[in-house]
Design a protein around this ligand. Structure first.
Ligand code: GUN
Length: 290
C-alpha cells in the first residue's frame, strides 16, 4: 500500500509557484494577489481561510482577508464582491462557503467576475470546464487530478466510482475524469444518497473518490483488492483524549480500507493541502492570462 502524501506534494507545488513568483519579481511583473471573504466565525471555515492566507505568504503572493460578521446582509456581501471585481490589484478571490442561510449562495457565486473566480464555481467557468475549454478548474478536483498524475496512477479505461454529487467536488470530478485528457478517459459512475446497492458499484471500482461528507463511511468490505482510494472527507469527531477535544476523520474507514488499497490518501494530509495549492495555482494562472 502506498500512502499518497498530499502534504508533501502540495509543498512541492507551492515551491514551484514560489519560483515563478520570484521570476516575476525579477522581471518586474505583477505579484499575484489573492483575496478571501469569510462571513461569521465557524471554526472549520476560519481554519481553512487562515491556511489559505498563510500559504499565500509562503509562495510570495499578496493576500487580503476580509472578515465580515455573521449578520452581514446579501446586499453588503454583493457590495464587497463588486469592490474586489473592480480592484485591478486583486487577481483572484474566493468567498468561503458555506454561507449563512439568509444569503443565497448561487447569487453570490454569480456576482463574482469569472476571470477572478479562482474557485472555478461561476457558471461560466463550470460551462467552460464541461466543454473542455481552458478555464479555472475548481481547486479540490484539480488537486485530485494533480495527485493522480504525480503518482502516475493511470485513469484511462478504469472504472471510477465517485461518491457524492456536490457542485464543489463530486460533480466536477466526474466530468473531468470522463473527459478525453491526460488524467481522464475513465468510465465514471457518479453515485449519491439515492443510489441503490452502492456496494455493487464500489466493489467493482478501480478508483474510488469518496466525497460525501460522512465520517468513515467507506469500509473494507465495500472495496476490492488493489483499489485506489481518494478520500475528500474531513469531519471533526468528538474525542476527549485529544487536546482540541476532537479528531479529524475522512469519509473512508482508513484501517479496514488501507489493508486492501494499492494507493490511499490519508486524512489529514491528503486532499486538503492540495486544494490550497491548486487555489494558489489558479491565482497564478489568472496573472499569466493577463
Ligand atoms: N468550502 C469548502 N471548500 C471550499 C472551497 O474549495 N472554496 C470555498 N470558497 N469554500 C469552500
Amino acid at each position: 500500500m502506498i500512502l499518497i502524501d498530499g502534504k508533501a506534494t502540495s509543498e512541492q507545488i507551492k515551491k514551484e509557484i514560489a519560483q515563478e513568483v520570484l521570476l516575476r519579481k525579477e522581471k518586474g511583473l505583477k505579484i499575484p494577489h489573492l483575496a478571501a471573504i469569510i462571513i461569521g466565525n465557524d471554526g472549520a471555515s476560519m481554519t481553512y481561510v487562515n491556511s489559505k492566507v498563510k500559504s499565500c505568504m509562503q509562495v510570495g503572493f499578496n493576500s487580503t482577508l476580509i472578515e465580515l460578521p455573521e449578520n452581514t446582509t446579501e446586499e453588503q456581501l454583493l457590495h464587497e464582491i463588486n469592490i474586489l471585481n473592480l480592484d485591478k490589484d486583486i487577481d483572484g478571490f474566493i468567498v468561503q462557503l458555506p454561507l449563512p442561510h439568509h444569503i443565497d449562495e448561487q447569487k453570490i457565486i454569480m456576482a463574482i467576475d469569472p476571470l477572478k473566480d479562482v474557485d472555478g464555481f461561476h457558471p461560466v467557468n463550470v460551462g467552460k470546464m464541461t466543454l473542455e475549454l481552458p478555464t479555472l478548474l475548481p481547486a479540490t478536483p484539480y488537486g485530485i487530478m494533480e495527485l493522480l498524475e504525480r503518482y502516475q496512477i493511470s485513469t484511462s479505461g478504469k472504472n471510477i466510482v465517485v461518491i457524492g454529487r456536490s457542485h464543489i467536488v463530486g460533480r466536477p470530478m466526474s466530468i473531468l475524469l470522463s473527459q478525453k485528457r491526460k488524467t481522464g478517459d475513465a468510465t465514471v459512475i457518479l453515485t449519491h444518497s439515492r443510489t441503490q446497492n452502492l456496494i455493487d458499484y464500489t466493489q467493482k471500482a478501480d478508483i474510488i473518490i469518496a466525497a460525501l461528507g460522512k465520517a468513515e463511511f467507506l469500509t473494507g468490505e465495500m472495496v476490492k483488492q488493489g483499489v485506489v482510494i481518494i478520500d475528500v472527507g474531513i469531519t471533526r469527531i468528538e474525542d476527549n483524549s485529544k487536546k482540541q477535544g476532537y479528531r479529524l476523520a475522512g469519509d473512508v474507514h482508513f484501517e479496514s480500507v488501507s489493508k486492501k488499497a494499492s494507493y490511499i490518501t490519508p486524512v489529514p494530509g491528503g486532499v486538503g493541502p492540495m486544494t490550497i495549492a491548486m487555489l494558489l495555482k489558479n491565482t497564478l494562472n489568472t496573472c499569466l492570462m493577463k
